[in-house]
Write a new protein. Sequence first.
Length: 73
Amino acid sequence: MVYIEGTVENVGSRASSSVKVWVNALDADGLRRERVEALPTPQGILPGTVGRFVVTLPDDPQVRTYHVEAIGH
């Protein structure tokens, strides 16, 4: 298994809500081998603070890199 943990920072001026993070496992050609979703905690991320997330992915030998996306309101 591969564990990826990280943070998302609210650089805006208002609290965020409904934040989701997607982690894509990509092969050498940039093709997606796996995609997982995480909900950072806390969900209400105040301006200038961070939410933390952790995802677990299979240890796929064809995966060469990971791409993280986040969106919130």
